[in-house]
Ligand binder design. Structure first.
Ligand SMILES: Cc1cc2nc3c(=O)[nH]c(=O)nc-3n(C[C@H](O)[C@H](O)[C@H](O)COP(=O)(O)OP(=O)(O)OC[C@H]3O[C@@H](n4cnc5c(N)ncnc54)[C@H](O)[C@@H]3O)c2cc1C
Length: 420
């Protein structure tokens, strides 16, 4: 029977970093992954360029991790986003900062990052074992004993780091295998749900694909509760698809839909698009009035073409109860309020989100109350550690999940490696 000080299960960003941190403490380490290569999901992240971390200050960065961000304070104290940057630069991987603090390798290739992690782990003597699917974590006499592979082989280790990821995009190997192992140790798994995933709507204008492919730039998308109160709102870009909404701000709102539906026991919820978030209603009205008044005989739909997305105009006119070919000189005196309302509060009903197959991230996971935030160790089972997406931690896309995976991975590996 093989024996290591630390066995890490899962070769994603959290597991790779955990194995490195454990080996840096002088531990003998094996990293077991069921796939044929390591870092598969990392390799497709950030559009294949690997959004390796985010350069924001920690206090701000944490606000971009709506699921459990504050739990990460201690882990960041040990290994922050600055440390992630220094870690890769120390390995000769030059990084560059793009919009909103997103950090990428200068090579624009995720492979650079994956290879650097693998190279570092190898140089520290970590046994990197692919094609090693783990069946279960073994607990004996109230503590962690090792792991059993599907082949039946048992690998002994006094510390086991579970880094098997969530359930999203399962073809990358993240199929939720680690949750039952956590439950077997007495842990609670909070409800799992797809997040950072496109939003589904059954509105007729979605079903008839009237707006499919229409991108909206710098708009504000809000999710409302049944009383009309804003639950979450994000400003940026989005796109209409054949099933609903996608694009950065739709993904960011997606994780909150399930909660609102559940809390209010409703099958659909309202979202609102403000097409002109930078302009107050009065200023917008003045602006549009001026445009229209300058060409009083021209149909408004033609006047507004360059200002308002053309494909939205028929729907907007319908919502403002105006004929599409109306001109400024025939415009009744009062319709501006409806018109401005249609532009600043374009509502639609949404029923939910797309599935785990398409979700960038898994919401829910191992309950954070049962994990020591300083070590990522289980409070219930000595020798058991968790890191990465298996934890009940999820962030927006933009490098926040990978950052959480690296920081929790480093923390888990560091403490597992110290054999504390
Ligand atoms: C398309 C895509 C793009 C993304 N882009 C971004 C982005 O831009 N920014 C961002 O912050 N996040 C992004 N993410 C999310 C981010 O990639 C994940 O949060 C991160 O990879 C999670 O790391 P992890 O180590 O916890 O798990 P994973 O990366 O999921 O790795 C888990 C590993 O465990 C292995 N494993 C599972 N079960 C077993 C078993 N039984 N035995 C052995 N091994 C096992 C798997 O094979 C896998 O290699 C993206 C995700 C996707 C799918």
């Amino acid at each position: 029977m093989k024996k290591y000080d630390v066995v890490v299960i899962g070769g994603g960003p959290s597991g790779l970093m955990a194995s490195i941190a454990a080996a840096q403490q002088g531990a003998t380490v094996a990293l077991l992954d069921k796939g044929d290569k390591l870092g598969r999901k990392l390799g497709i992240s950030g559009g294949g360029r690997c959004n390796v971390t985010n350069a924001k200050e920690i206090d701000e960065l944490i606000t971009y991790i709506p699921g459990g961000g504050r739990f990460l304070h201690s882990a960041f104290a040990l290994f922050s986003n600055r440390d992630i940057i220094a870690f890769f630069e120390g390995l000769g991987i030059a990084l560059k900062e793009e919009d909103n603090g997103r950090m990428f390798p200068v090579s624009d290739k995720a492979k650079t990052v994956v290879d650097a992690l693998i190279g570092k782990a190898k140089s520290l003597g970590v046994a990197l074992l692919v094609h090693h699917p783990v069946q279960e974590v073994i607990y004996k006499e109230g503590r962690t004993y090792g792991v059993k592979l599907i082949s039946g082989e048992i690998v002994r280790a006094d510390a086991v780091v579970v880094a098997t990821g969530g359930k999203s995009v399962p073809h990358t190997g993240s199929t939720g295998d680690g949750y039952p192992w956590a439950e077997a140790a007495g842990h609670t798994i909070t409800e799992l749900y797809p997040t950072e995933t496109p939003i589904v709507s059954k509105e007729p204008f979605i079903a008839n694909r009237e707006l499919q492919g229409l991108s909206l730039r710098n708009v504000k998308l809000s999710l409302l509760d049944p009383k009309g109160k804003t639950v979450v709102a994000h400003q940026g870009d989005m796109i209409f698809t054949h099933f609903g909404l996608s694009g950065p701000i739709a993904l960011r709102c997606s994780g909150f839909i399930r909660g609102v539906k559940k809390k209010h026991n409703v099958s659909q919820v309202t979202m609102s698009i403000d097409l002109f978030p930078e302009q107050k209603p009065g200023a917008l009205e003045n602006h549009l009035r001026q445009l229209a008044a300058a060409e009083p005989k021209k149909a408004l739909k033609n006047v507004f073409k360059g200002t308002i997305p053309e494909r939205l105009l028929p729907l907007l006119f319908k919502r403002a109860n105006l004929p599409e070919d109306i001109t400024y000189e025939h415009l009744p005196k009062t319709p501006w309020q409806d018109w401005i309302q249609a532009l600043k509060n374009f509502t639609l009903q949404v029923t939910g989100t797309r599935s785990f197959e398409e979700a960038f991230v898994t919401g829910g996971g191992v309950h954070l109350k049962e994990i020591d935030p300083k070590t990522m160790g289980s409070k219930l089972m000595p020798g058991l550690y968790f890191c990465g997406e298996i934890l009940d931690v999820h962030g927006y896309t933009g490098g926040y999940n990978i950052t959480a995976a690296f920081t929790t991975g480093y923390t888990a590996g560091h403490h597992a490696g110290k054999r504390e």
